[in-house]
Design a protein around this ligand. Structure first.
Ligand code: ADP
Length: 161
């Protein structure tokens, strides 16, 4: 049986930390579905489609990585994909509290759903999308934290203002 996992998140923008998790997951699972959450409540830097496009570009050569988007309850989306495993990254104890709540709630909503965690690589554990957003908004260079296609996209977005 194919072992698939869904890696959901905002990915606004995709960072080198996310990439590290996706690469590691693709050597553990047969298929990694990176799925961008559509959340109109969160103020975003990139549109959902820009995020999907950038992730697709980064993983164009990795056949195990699929990119998608979803709206609404994650457990419903997982069911529609016939996947019972959710992947999340864990950086700090702050992540732990939120992630534990989410994982428990999702399992209560659908007992078939299991959430697995990958601990952030120490090289990337300081990176977050919100940090990148702050750097970009303040005119800084995020090159060190994001892949090239994302950096290019961010520059375009900045030019448009
Ligand atoms: P969300 O808004 O759903 O938290 P994010 O895009 O911020 O979406 O994060 C998606 C997942 O990736 C989360 O599980 C988060 O903890 C994890 N993550 C974010 N940044 C890193 C990083 N630098 N290293 C490892 N995991 C990370």
């Amino acid at each position: 049986m194919k072992r698939s996992v869904i890696y959901p998140g905002s990915f606004d923008p995709l960072t080198n930390g996310h990439i590290n998790i996706i690469k590691r997951a693709s050597s553990t699972f047969d298929e990694v579905i990176v799925s961008v959450a559509i959340n109109s409540n969160k103020s975003s830097l990139m549109t959902v489609d820009q995020r999907v496009k950038a992730i697709k570009k980064v993983f164009a050569k990795n056949k195990k990585v699929k990119v998608d988007k979803f709206e609404g309850l994650l457990v419903q989306y997982a069911k529609s994909k016939k996947v019972n495993t959710i992947l999340r990254g864990m950086r700090t104890v702050q992540d732990f509290e939120y992630e534990m709540q989410m994982a428990t709630s999702n399992n209560k909503l659908n007992s078939k759903i299991e959430t697995v965690f990958m601990v952030a690589d120490a090289k990337f554990s300081h990176i977050s999308s919100s940090l990148i957003k702050d750097i970009i908004k303040l005119g800084g260079n995020a090159k060190e934290f994001v892949p090239e296609p994302v950096e290019k996209e961010l520059k375009k977005i900045l030019k448009k203002g």
